[in-house]
Design a protein around this ligand. Sequence first.
Ligand SMILES: [Zn+2]
Length: 346
Amino acid sequence: MKFPIDKQFLIDCFKELVEVPSPVGYDLQLRPVLERYAARFGYTVTYDRRGTPYIELEGQDNSKTVLLSAHADTLGLMVRHIEADGTLLVRALGGINYCNIEGSTVIVYTRDGRSYTGMMVCRSHSVHVFLDARTLPRNDETMFILLDKDVHSKEDVQALGIQNGDIVHIEPECEFTETGYLKSRFIDDKAAVACAFAMLKYLSENGLKPKYRTLLAFPYREEIGVGGRYVPEEVSEYIAIDIGLIGPQHAGDERKVSICAKDKNGPYDYELINRLIGYAEKAEVPYVLDVFLNYSTDGNAAVRGGNNLIAADFGMACWCSHGRERTHIDGIEGTAQLMLAYVLDI
Ligand SMILES: [Zn+2]
């Protein structure tokens, strides 16, 4: 059976979520948005002491608890130093590829609630001025933020309320094409969060309960490898919903769901993957099985954290991961359909 997912909802929900800044560990702005989406479908959000949000779905059988995670954090930056000329030096939050953010608009959030836009600039920023403009490596040492304000000194910047430790969000530059392609930063993993809400929408509109008690988790520290490290004791299966990869010797396709058999931290659970393959076939979800190179999820963070559970990982395949990514609505829809097939145990 094929689950009819509301594609327009998926698109609208993603567009809203991706504009809300949530670099690693920063949940202030996304928290009320997640609570609003949960409430819309009759659910509430609870938090553990690490600030991980959970939505609990009662099952037909509550003797077993399973968990699906869609990490809420994204890559980002943190202000580390204000230079004498009023430019800002940063450190990466998560696996930033600086080549991919040169020229992008960024937004600096101060601790007192103000925000300022700026641009990511390389020290050798112009081919007319610097002979190494094309070759200088882009990294923490060579990149800085040029604020869109008339500032010329450290004091000018401090007067704006900007200080070391401020969070920097990178504009997602989100665009859906008429041909169904989504181009945006942070498809990883806001598209999975949108899938979680599309699943809740389907369940609530059809009055359906998952087979087992189900937790949806939205960790804020996946991009530094520890989002799934703590898992509530009763969880026996941890399914990380996270992007698939595209590249040479990878099977990923934007219009399909990648089920990951192994990533850099080892294999996912053999029997659980077999079950996911079965669900994909029954729900008519186009999928590939794949082995990922330099990749990890909260699923194996949960296993490596010593939790008593088995784990798996699947999601829509993306071009240019950790850059301005691209996928297709078919891959996002398939991800939501496979989540439904899993929780309903079709
Ligand atoms: Zn991810």
